[in-house]
Design a protein around this ligand. Sequence first.
Ligand SMILES: *Cc1c(COP(=O)(O)O)cnc(C)c1O
Length: 356
Amino acid sequence: MPRPIKVTIHTSALAHNLDVARRHAPNAKVWAVVKANAYGHGIDHAYPGLRDADGFGLLDLEEAVRLRELGWAGPILLLEGFFEPSDLAIVDKYGLTTTVHSDEQLRMLETARLSKPLGIQLKMNTGMNRLGFTPERFRAAWERARTIPGVGQIVLMTHFSDADGERGIAYQMEAFERGARDVPGERSLANSAATLFHPQAHGAWIRPGIMLYGSSPKGTAVTAESLDLKPTMTLESELIGIQEVPAGSTIGYGSVFTADVPMRVGVVACGYADGYPRVAPTGTPILVDGVRTRTVGRVSMDMLGVDLGPVPQARVGSPVTLWGRGMPIDEVAESAGTLGYELMCAVARRVKVDPQ
Ligand SMILES: *Cc1c(COP(=O)(O)O)cnc(C)c1O
């Protein structure tokens, strides 16, 4: 028997979450963001659930080609654009839309030989300070792009730093409006948080990612359930051992957890080499046989410990849910000091995938 750990991808939940995005922005077209191998779900597994999107946003040319192989004939947007002139041959061959955020990319487009004009999303840096032209330089970049024969439709794009947080998007909307004044074209501004919480930023295209995968951009502060988002990935395993330990015993590496009373401790076939965060401390929530309990001790490479106090019926072979249905990924992420994004992206190749 293979190791009992597996990840299940819930195709119908992906489709449901896409509908939630559409419900929030009924007049916008949706770039379903499937970068990082569809946030760890696998492009192949996510595509059937998200095929009602208007387009797909991603970073890697190989992922774009994979979507074409899967039969997707619609728009595909490269969120970071292309990296060197030879990439443009692939962009051209597969009919991709590309972000353009730099003068270097404009120069490459000017000298490229393309079979047909490319759609581009011209990116403004409105304060995130990662990629894009400043508001002051945006109009000039747009004028330059417009004169390039290889450039077709130009959509105006930016990205928010704080759509999920206190600061909000006003400072960036103000910069965007200043830079894009009198520049015609559709707009593409909103990530998941802006899709959910800032309708004034919807524009012609939204670019939701994390919400499609059933995690809340606000983590546990505004739960995924309260946003009607359903988990799309369930990471499950089983108990492969049980220890009955007397008071004073320690569990696992570093002896960081001490049982202060006699305890039953379950050993789960899941560790950091499967993608479970090693930094998740004692007390991280976990389901054993459908009952919520807590991890105990340090997460090992291939195993972790759980408190079986609340689950007296547990035995070797009992099912364990690390996250997903019944165990919100955002709660596990919060306990580990990170986000649902990082957990889903980190699921290791050795975990077998069960599409549903
Ligand atoms: C990742 C990404 C998104 C999606 O962000 P979420 O927070 O996952 O919704 C949108 N736009 C760009 C440019 C991105 O890189």
